[in-house]
Write a protein that binds this ligand. Structure first.
Ligand code: M6R
Length: 613
C-alpha cells in the first residue's frame, strides 16, 4: 500500500535518499509517486503517475539535488484515480508546505466544504489535500509546523500516517500516526522517517516506532515525540535484526523466487530454537503461552486475510487435531461486521505477515473488546498487531518483499504447528513421547524441503507451467489439511499470473463446480498419504472422466500414477504435508507468470500490506 519516506540532514543532501527509500518501498504496490523538498525558502513538489523511473526522469534536471530536507511518497489510489494531480505530496498552495499521507480521512467531505467556503482552492480529488490545507491554515496563523499538525489533526476523523515538510527560517519535518505505521530514526547529522522499517535500514538499525495519537518533530540528530496535546513522550529506540541485504534479491531474478528458496531456512528460524526436544514440547517467549493460560482456552478464533487466512485454516486442522480445542476462522473483514459471539475463554489468534493489515488489526481489537485474549502469529517485530497482542509468536521469516506471500505462509504454518503442540502439551492431549515424535517430524522437514527445491523439480514445474500458459482457467483441489493449500495455490496464480483459478475442496466438486470442467482444463490436485487419500483418488477419477487434465502434487504414489502430469513431493506426516505441497504450487504460479511476461514482484492492483479497509 502507500509508502512514506522523509529526511532532514545538516551534513548532506536528501533527495537521493528519498528516491532510494521509495525504491525500497516499491514492493508495497503503488500507482504514482512524488517528492517535495525544502530549499531556498520554498517547498518544491515533483510527482508523477506511474513508476519511480518516471519520477526520476522529471528529477533528472538536478534542480532539487541540493536540498537538505524532504518527503516522498508512493501512492496506491483510494480517493481519486491514479494521476499526476492526485499523486502525493500535496501542497497548500503557499509554496511553503507539503504533505504526504497513508490512510483515509473519513470526514474529508465536510472539511472540504468548510475550506471551500473560505475560498481555498483544491487541485486534486484526494482526501489528503484537505488535510494539507488544514495544516496550511494553521501554519499561516504563525504556528510552528508541529503545532499546526497537532491543531489540524484535532479536526480529522480517520486513519493516517503523514509526513509534512515546511520551510520558514529553517526547514521543518513532522510526522504523525493514527493507524498506518510510521517509524523514525536518527543519525548523527540527520533524522529520518518511513512507513516501513526497511526504508530506514540504509541509515541505521536503531529505530523508534511511532504510536497512534503521536506527533514526531524531526531535526538533524534529534527527534521529539509528543501526543496530540503537545505533551512530550519518551521512548527508547529498538534494534531491528533485519539488515538491508536481507531485503535484496541475493542473485535471484525476483524477490518471490528468492523467498521460495529461503523456505528451508525459514522453517529452521521459526521452529528450531523453540523446540524443547527432551520434553517433547515447545517453548515460546512470553507468559501468554504458559500452561496455566493455555489450559483455560475454550476456543480459538483465527482472524486473518488472504494467504494468512489459508495458514489459519490449516491451524484449525492442527489445533483441533492435536489439542482438541475447537477453532473457528474468519476473514478479518467479515468478522468485523457479522456481530460475532465469542464464548468465554476465547483466544483470538490474528495471523499476519505485516502486522499492519487494517482489517486484521480491527478484528483483533474487536475480539479483545468482546473479552477474547488477543494473540498473534506475526513476522514484523514492533508492528501494531504485535504491540497489541497479549502473546505473540514471531515467525522470524525475514523481510518478505514479493507481494505474493510465500515464505511468510510457510512460517505461519510452522508457527501454527508449534502452537498446536504447545496447546496439546499444556492440556495433556499429547504426551512427552508423542510431542517428541511430532517435533522430530518437523525437524526432518528441512532436508526434504531442500530436496524438493532442486533444479530438477523447478524444471519440471516450469515445463508444466509453460504447457498451460494459455489455459482459460485452473482448478486447485485438496482435502483435509491440504484443502487450504489448494486455496493458496489458486490465490498465488491469480495474484501474479492474472489467470482465473479456483481453489476447491475436492469432495465438493461434484456438488456443482464439476460442471465447469472442459476437456484439457488443468486441474491441480494435492494428494498426500493420510486419512483422505482414498477419497482424493476417487475425486481424481471423477475429474478425469470429464476430460480434465489432472496434475497431481504430493507424496501419494497411487494418486501420482493416475495423473496426466505430476510432481512427486517427499513424504511427511499428514499434519506437515502442506509445508511441502505448497512449494510446487508457488513455483507453478511463478513460472506461469514469468511465461506470461507478468511483473512478478509487483503485480497489478495489489499492495503488499493493506492498511486501509
Ligand atoms: O500482512 P498480512 O499477512 O496481514 O497480509 C494479508 C494479505 O493481504 C496477504 O496475505 C495477501 O493475501 C498476499 N498478497 C498473498 O500473497
Amino acid at each position: 500500500m502507500c509508502g512514506i519516506v522523509g529526511g532532514i540532514s545538516s551534513a548532506g543532501t536528501v533527495l537521493q535518499h528519498l528516491i532510494e527509500g521509495l525504491r525500497v518501498l516499491e514492493y508495497r504496490g503503488y500507482d504514482s509517486c512524488g517528492v517535495a523538498v525544502a530549499e531556498g525558502g520554498a517547498v518544491t513538489v515533483r510527482r508523477k503517475v506511474g513508476r519511480l523511473s518516471e519520477l526520476e526522469r522529471v528529477l533528472s534536471d538536478g534542480a532539487l539535488a541540493g536540498a537538505r530536507a524532504g518527503i516522498g511518497h508512493t501512492r496506491w489510489a483510494t480517493h481519486g484515480k491514479p494521476s499526476d494531480e492526485n499523486a502525493h505530496p500535496h501542497s497548500d498552495g503557499s509554496g511553503r508546505l507539503a504533505l504526504v499521507h497513508n490512510g483515509i480521512i473519513e470526514n474529508y467531505l465536510e472539511l472540504r466544504r468548510e475550506l471551500l467556503a473560505e475560498g481555498r482552492v483544491f487541485h486534486s480529488e484526494t482526501d489528503t489535500e484537505v488535510l494539507t490545507l488544514l495544516v496550511g491554515r494553521e501554519y499561516e496563523r504563525g504556528r510552528s509546523l508541529g503545532d499546526s499538525v497537532r491543531a489540524a489533526l484535532a479536526r480529522v476523523r480517520g486513519y493516517y500516517a503523514i509526513a509534512v515538510i515546511s520551510t520558514g527560517k529553517n526547514p521543518e519535518l513532522v510526522g504523525a500516526r493514527h493507524g498506518p505505521p510510521l517509524v523514525v530514526a536518527r543519525t548523527k547529522d540527520g533524522a529520518w522517517l518511513a512507513s516501513d522499517v526497511l526504508a530506514l535500514l540504509p541509515h541505521t538499525r536503531e529505530v523508534t516506532y511511532v504510536e497512534d495519537g503521536e506527533v514526531v518533530e524531526l531535526s538533524p540528530g534529534r527527534i521529539v515525540i509528543t501526543d496530540l496535546a503537545g505533551l512530550p513522550i519518551e521512548r527508547a529506540p529498538r534494534r531491528v535484526d533485519w539488515d538491508a541485504e536481507a531485503a535484496g534479491k541475493g542473485g535471484f531474478a525476483h524477490h518471490m523466487l528468492k523467498e521460495i528458496f529461503e523456505q528451508p531456512d525459514v522453517l529452521a528460524r521459526t521452529a528450531f530454537d523453540r523446540i524443547a526436544q527432551v520434553h517433547g514440547d515447545v517453548s515460546f517467549e512470553g507468559e501468554g503461552w504458559q500452561d496455566e493460560r493455555l489450559a483455560r482456552v475454550q476456543r480459538v478464533q483465527v482472524i486473518a486475510c488472504g494467504t494468512a487466512l489459508h495458514a489459519g485454516m490449516i491451524a484449525r486442522y492442527l489445533i483441533e487435531g492435536l489439542a482438541r480445542v475447537p477453532v473457528d476462522f474468519d476473514f478479518a473483514s467479515e468478522f468485523r461486521y457479522r456481530g460475532p459471539c465469542l464464548v468465554p475463554g476465547t483466544m483470538a489468534l490474528a495471523i499476519t505477515q505485516s502486522g499492519e493489515t487494517a482489517d486484521t488489526l480491527a478484528a483483533l481489537r474487536l475480539a479483545r473488546d468482546l473479552g477474547a485474549f488477543p494473540a498473534s502469529i506475526c513476522n514484523v517485530i514492533g508492528s501494531t498487531v504485535v504491540r497489541e497482542s497479549g502473546a505473540v509468536i514471531l515467525t522470524h521469516a525475514g523481510p518478505e518483499i514479493g507481494v505474493a506471500s510465500t515464505k511468510a505462509f510457510t512460517a505461519q504454518v510452522v508457527a501454527a504447528f508449534l502452537l498446536a503442540v504447545r496447546l496439546a502439551r499444556a492440556r495433556g492431549t499429547l504426551d512427552e513421547a508423542q510431542g517428541r515424535s511430532l517435533l522430530d517430524d518437523l525437524r526432518r522437514l528441512r532436508p526434504r524441503m531442500e530436496g524438493l527445491l532442486t533444479e530438477a523439480t523447478v524444471d519440471k514445474v516450469r515445463r508444466i507451467a509453460e504447457r498451460h500458459l494459455h489455459a482459460k482457467g485452473f482448478f486447485f483441489l485438496g482435502r483435509g489439511v491440504n484443502y487450504p493449500v489448494a486455496l493458496e495455490g489458486a490465490l498465488k496464480l491469480k495474484e501474479i499470473s492474472y489467470v482465473h483459478a479456483e481453489g476447491y475442496a475436492a469432495g465438493e466438486m461434484k456438488h456443482g463446480p464439476i460442471a465447469l470442467i472442459e476437456p484439457g482444463m488443468p486441474i491441480v490436485v494435492l494428494s498426500s498419504p493420510g486419512v483422505v487419500q482414498d477419497k482424493v483418488r476417487s475425486n481424481i477419477e471423477q475429474v478425469k472422466a470429464r476430460g480434465g487434465h489432472v496434475i497431481v502434487i504430493g507424496a501419494d504414489r497411487e494418486a501420482l500414477a493416475l495423473a496426466d502430469e505430476s510432481i512427486e513431493v517427499p513424504e511427511a506426516i499428514e499434519w506437515l504435508s502442506p509445508i511441502l505441497n505448497v512449494i510446487p504450487l508457488q513455483l507453478l504460479a511463478y513460472h506461469h507468470a514469468l511465461g506470461r511476461g507478468c511483473d512478478i514482484d509487483k503485480p497489478r492492483n495489489l499492495a503488499k500490506s493493506v492498511t486501509v479497509e
